[in-house]
Design a protein around this ligand. Sequence first.
Ligand code: ATP
Ligand code: MG
Length: 574
Amino acid sequence: MRWTEFFIPTSKEIPTDAVVPSHTLMIRAGLIRQLVAGAYTYLPLGYRVLRKAEQIVREEMNRAGAIELHMPAMQPVELWKETGRLKTMGDTLIHLPDQDWRSGTVLGPTHEEVITDIVRAFVSSYKQLPINLYQIQTKFRDEKRPKSGVLRTREFLMKDAYSFDVDLDGLNASYDKMYAAYCRIYERCGLPYVSVEADSGAIGGDVSHEFMVATDAGEDILVKTADASYAANVERAEVAPLPDPGCDGQHPLEEVHTPSLSTIEQVSKFLKCAPCDLIKTMIFDVGGEPLVGLVRGDHEVNEAKLRKAAGVSSLAPAGPEMIEKLTGAGVGFAGPVGLDVRMIADHAVAVMHNVATGANKTDYHITGVNPGRDFELKEVADIRYAVEGDRAPGGQALEFEKCIEVGHVFKLGTKYSDAMKATFLDQDGKSRPCVMGCYGIGINRIIAAAIESHHDDAGIIWPMSVAPFHVLVCCLDIKNDEVSRACREIHDTLESHGVEVLLDDREIRPGPKFKDADLIGIPIRITVGQRSLKDGLVEVKNRDSDDVQKLPPDKAIEEVHRRVRDALANLHCE
Ligand code: ATP
Ligand code: MG
């Protein structure tokens, strides 16, 4: 392909909203262009990359035995009512304004409902199971603040697969197959990934793993031990209980006037103690009933953990009305002493001594509080987020790293098949719900994550497997017939060997040419100039190295062909 025939609008402009390197580089290298917030055009160069990532995903899904289909982005809201997700998805679901032909139509943020509707229509016997169906389709989510370029958009490309099995053993086998396929996909895309235990969130189900790529551009936090024997999303990461530091003796309770001081910072400053010497009393609303979570002042309640510990399906922070009714005090003065309500204390609270907390009386706190003595520790559980200094359940120190979620696999169980009656007749003629799993990959995120992991100050350094072209031929003296002919020959010969070549035949100075070459990041560059060609040589250079090899054109072709093959083989792509 000749540069002058191929649209590469390299842009010097750095987007003002660019907060992560991949966003800046994708725009400057002419891969994408923002149309509106949260929606991007993939320009020709960017689209080649997107298609490559998509193809790797497709090949591995097919290899794992999944079958491709294509479902509409437009979905009837009735399906979402059937599973109750019209409510739980909340504002994320984008509704089309009602018109005759599309009353109650939403744009799909995911397709569990639609696929379950298909399976209940076509599957009736155990003989048709297991089956795994997937698509590569545009999803729509009303993300509140689309930022970080293509990492979080309102319209994005997802591969979503759904497995249907007769029982749990079947689901486990389907899940393991998808898990292995995901590992292959990220390896082939050259992504340094880790898989972690994750919280299942609004999708539901018990077991899930996220595939993460560590980068400062990420919005997720990965918690792991140095030897990676334990790794989890911070939303899910378990914390070993803290040791009991003990105390010299228990103080008596004392009420202290703390006028208008309601935050942990204000109170600890006033009482001249550290935030870790306060008990934070968080009140939640569980379907109209209050539930209290107790954590140390410097810790935060993890609602997902609390929800699990309490064995409830959903909870939300209580409103002022519920708080005032329960405590008899204004917001900010709640405490566990004398409170008659279900309370779950974090492990760290159980080993606190002589600490302070709200007095359930406006403008008052109490000091000298000893859990166990002053209030009963009926339920103690791990209900908080891990913080620096915490240890994993196995005892090793925990480390924190920012990361991007590039994929997610879930064991759904029968949540959707029960709700939508996707059943089959088993060997004994008994009707049973299909046991489901679902598996998503953000194709756009693969690209951004590849750039986040492979770039330098000058630009992108593509892994060979997803590079828009394998080789860039830089023609330095386009007006010189000999140089121009040599470039064409190298280009044509490599292409005839199946190597993807971009020929930079623009009439511009070498400086900007090399700058653009570094920016767009094609893995191998062949430079052909008048001076070296006089000596019968051209230059071969990898984007990720400063080494330059001078070779006669035919040897350069062989060498480059070998490098492309080796790079693809290293990424399991040949
Ligand atoms: P996040 O927690 O980052 O919002 P999610 O958990 O909601 O993502 P899933 O429902 O698991 O996402 O979707 C499967 C995959 O789709 C994710 O692993 C991610 O790679 C991709 N994805 C999700 N939301 C977006 C988005 N707004 N823009 C681009 N890709 C996305
Ligand atoms: Mg997810």
